[in-house]
Design a protein around this ligand. Structure first.
Ligand code: TXA
Ligand code: MG
Length: 303
């Protein structure tokens, strides 16, 4: 459905009544419900087939609201929110009692983000609450960056889909853990580690300090097309895959700039997957920190 003012108002009503919807954000499409309603959140886990130990991100539209959800909003959080919100960065902080346990999978922390998309922000405001909103894919699958990517089962689980066209960032938000003295990136994403480090004026560590499973973005296999995916240095002209070289029928030439590559990545993997190839080959992008989020997704897709 087109995100007209009327549709957005109606979407707000659906959320207030405990229903689920699909919305565009600047990163990927999200499957959204009222974060304060445990029954709505339970439906999100069910629709995705997501294990209950994987916490969800709470999405807000006003920075003033953030204190409702966290016990402690420190200087680092203030700096990162000021620099990057609305935008593709998620901050993990000690949670308040407002946030139901089911949202955070029983963790003492909550992940919060303000998306940089007018439709998502308008829906949050229309709903009068905050939204629990994972990517709108089935567990382990590719995240949708266009409504055409949505799996029929996911669409069947919601009352309404708002079509905002293609998502401009194309990979998920960067998840930053601020629950300890060290700043840790649990999932690389739309905002780079260098950008975070520059704003904080301090070192940022990549990876969780606990077991890897603490953040499901850290699962070894994730973000995967149905066909097996393999990273190679060069693709032959008769092979199916993503290339930096001359494209043939079943090859897709990718941009050489990381932002443009990220914006196209899931869409081209969806397109190749539809051909049901025995294997999708991907030419390894440059080993460079600007490509970190892309390397992370390709590694997980090929695991
Ligand atoms: O770009 C995005 O972040 C998209 C759009 C829709 O906003 N959402 C998204 O949500 O990617 P999801 O559920 O697919 O991924 C949430 C990530 C997971 O890696 C999860 O482990 C992590 O955030 N996360 C959520 N709460 C956490 C917490 N309390 N502690 C550590 N990691 C957390
Ligand atoms: Mg996801």
């Amino acid at each position: 459905m087109e995100p007209t003012a009327e549709a957005i108002h109606h979407t707000g009503e659906i959320i207030r009544a405990g229903g689920l919807v699909i919305l565009p954000t600047e990163t990927v499409y999200g499957l959204a419900g009222d974060a304060s309603n445990p029954d709505a959140v339970a439906k999100i886990f069910e629709a995705k087939g997501r294990p209950p130990e994987n916490p969800l991100i709470v999405h807000i539209a006003n920075i003033e609201d953030v204190r409702k959800f966290v016990l402690k909003w420190d200087d680092r959080a203030e700096k990162l929110a000021t620099a990057f919100w609305p935008g593709p960065i998620t901050l993990v902080l000690p949670k308040s009692d407002w946030v139901p346990e089911i949202v955070t999978a029983g963790l003492g922390s909550v992940a919060i983000r303000m998306p940089d998309h007018s439709v998502a922000l308008d829906v949050i405001l229309a709903s009068g609450t905050a939204l629990a909103m994972p990517s709108a894919n089935l567990f382990m699958g590719l995240s949708p960056t266009r409504v055409e990517h949505l799996a029929p089962d996911i669409v069947a689980s919601v009352e309404l889909v708002l079509d905002g066209g293609p998502c401009k960032v194309g990979v998920e938000s960067t998840v930053v853990d601020l629950t300890s003295d060290h700043v840790r990136v649990l999932r690389p994403g739309g905002v780079s580690i260098e950008q975070i480090s520059r704003v904080l004026g301090s070192e940022v560590i990549l990876g969780s300090n606990e077991v890897e499973m603490r953040s499901p973005g850290m699962y070894l296999k994730h973000y995967s097309p149905k066909s097996p995916l393999r990273l190679v240095s060069k693709i032959a002209t008769n092979e199916c895959g993503l290339t930096f070289g001359t494209p043939s029928v079943r090859q897709i030439q990718m941009p050489t700039n990381p932002e443009a590559y990220a914006a196209r990545l899931y869409d081209v993997l969806f397109q190749l997957d539809k051909l049901q190839p025995t294997e999708i080959l991907v030419e390894s992008p440059p080993i460079d920190s600007d490509w970190l989020a892309i390397h992370d997704r390709l590694k997980k897709a090929s695991a």
